[in-house]
Design a protein around this ligand. Structure first.
Ligand SMILES: CC(=O)N[C@H]1[C@@H](OP(=O)(O)OP(=O)(O)OC[C@H]2O[C@@H](n3ccc(=O)[nH]c3=O)[C@H](O)[C@@H]2O)O[C@H](CO)[C@@H](O)[C@@H]1O
Ligand SMILES: C=C(OP(=O)(O)O)C(=O)O
Length: 427
């Protein structure tokens, strides 16, 4: 298994082009199941999760064509020859977002059999809200032998769905399903993440009638059919936030290219309070420390526009060498502190009490062999390694491949001493 070696201490200097967002691209790819026409996505990141979903769509009978151009990677999807409506366990277990095929399959093909995705390292992550919403829209759903069996032979019906808690995935699944339902659907207390607005914009370009985009109340007037479109995937705000913190933790100066300021949401004001300046440039955002040291700030994860859980581990790494203390509270997932013991092994001072972690800034971190169990925990250890004294060896690099396109290239281009060691070299 590959490892990453980082020799810490170099301030990052330069520019980093932000890729298309993984969490936008995945639901966007599932829109192809709603039409016989071709859906072309531009700015698709080259990530393991995209490959996993591509394999699942191909298994269903979707024709997939990938093109690489100067503008980035484009993938076209044509579900005209859709032959199968079963998403098997082996393809779903690799990535929870595979459950996003459920809504489109039921809406357009009247049936679906989708493996329950199960939990993962960060929490149990049920899909009850996806299922209840589809039932409210008239689907008959049974759970059998680890599969969701859904039927709606006469189509789905519009209705009013009020989510008891904000769910990104359930909002996306039901939004896609509602585009082809009969009548009007209201999704209330819907998630407002920019990736959902991107999905809604793509669906409208396909002929859907969605109002309230960017709010927590989406109104969808169902239509008979959708057509194809070309859509460019929105920039990855989590990747951008990660590199902003990489610039800050190393005391460097990095321009994040291809990103609109408002995408960063609450993370921008939290970073500003911590002593990081984020200045809009014609191409994106310039990130550096305001003046010298970073200072501890309290952070609580929340649905958008609050501070994202997907930046919590990185923020914790940033706080390990800040002046003073920082209380970091995770409210979205019950087990998202897997990076704590590893950061502690690098010299961080962190105490966890339930869903909060108290970080007391230390003078320096030291490199160590570390491993992580999920994507953002892994990248938080990369950030720690960039500032640590000596070498850090990060194991289980495959987690990073899920969500960070060309991570070592992007960081090396800004002066980081970071390299990927292949199997043989890692022994
Ligand atoms: C591919 C993708 O976009 N993944 C993102 C998505 O995950 P995902 O869509 O899985 O996350 P959700 O917003 O659905 O989850 C939020 C909370 O709701 C709970 N819940 C969710 C659905 C449900 O049916 N029942 C239920 O109880 C979850 O366990 C969690 O505690 O949003 C998360 C929260 O911003 C991010 O961390 C993930 O990176
Ligand atoms: C938790 C994440 O992804 P997923 O929902 O696919 O597990 C993430 O991107 O941080």
């Amino acid at each position: 298994m590959d490892r990453i070696r980082i020799r810490g201490g170099n301030p990052l200097k330069g520019e980093i082009r932000i890729s298309g967002a993984k969490n936008a691209a995945l639901p966007l790819m599932c829109t192809c199941l709603l039409t016989d026409d071709e859906v072309r996505l531009d700015n698709v990141p080259d990530l393991a999760d995209i490959t996993t979903l591509t394999n699942l769509l191909a298994h269903l009978g979707v024709e997939v064509t990938t093109r690489q151009s100067l503008k980035g990677r484009s993938i076209s999807f044509s579900a005209k020859g859709l032959a199968v409506t079963t998403a098997p366990y082996d393809l779903v277990r690799k990535m929870r977002a595979s459950v996003l095929v459920l809504g489109p399959l039921v809406a357009r093909h009247g049936q679906a059999k989708v493996s329950l995705p199960g939990g993962c390292a960060i929490g149990t992550r049920p899909v009850d809200l996806h299922i209840k919403g589809l039932q409210q829209m008239g689907a008959e759903i049974e759970l059998d032998s680890g599969y969701i069996l859904a039927k709606a032979p006469n189509g789905l019906k519009g209705c009013e769905i009020t989510f008891p808690k904000v769910s990104v995935g359930a909002t996306e699944n039901l939004l896609m399903a509602a585009t082809l339902a009969k009548g009007e659907t209201h999704l209330i207390n819907a998630a407002r993440e920019p990736e959902i607005s991107d999905l809604a914009a793509c669906l409208n370009a396909m002929g859907a009638k969605i109002d309230g985009i960017g709010t927590d109340h989406l109104k969808i007037q169902g239509v008979e059919r959708l057509h194809g479109c070309t859509h460019s995937v929105v920039a990855d705000r989590i990747e951008a936030g990660t590199y902003a913190m990489a610039a800050a933790i190393t005391g460097g100066e990095v321009e994040l290219v291809g990103l609109h300021h408002e995408l960063i949401g609450a993370a921008a004001s939290t970073l500003s309070q911590a002593g990081v300046s984020l200045t809009e440039t014609p191409r994106g955002l310039l990130v550096k420390r305001k003046n010298g040291a970073l200072n501890g700030v309290d952070v609580m994860t929340e649905p958008f526009p609050g501070f994202p859980t997907d930046l919590q581990a990185q923020m914790m790494a940033l706080m390990t060498t800040a002046e003073g203390a920082s209380m970091i509270t995770e409210t979205i997932f019950e087990n998202r502190f897997m990076h704590v013991p590893e950061l502690t092994r690098m010299g961080a001072s962190i105490n966890v009490h339930g869903s909060s972690a108290m970080v007391r800034g230390v003078k320096k971190l030291t490199g160590a062999p570390v491993m992580a169990t999920d994507l953002r925990a892994s990248v938080s250890l990369v950030l720690a390694g960039l500032t640590a004294e000596g070498d850090t060896y990060l194991n289980r690099v495959y987690h990073l491949d899920r969500g960070y396109e060309k991570l070592t290239d992007k960081l090396s281009a800004c002066g980081a001493e970071i390299e990927r060691l292949s199997d043989a070299a890692a022994e």
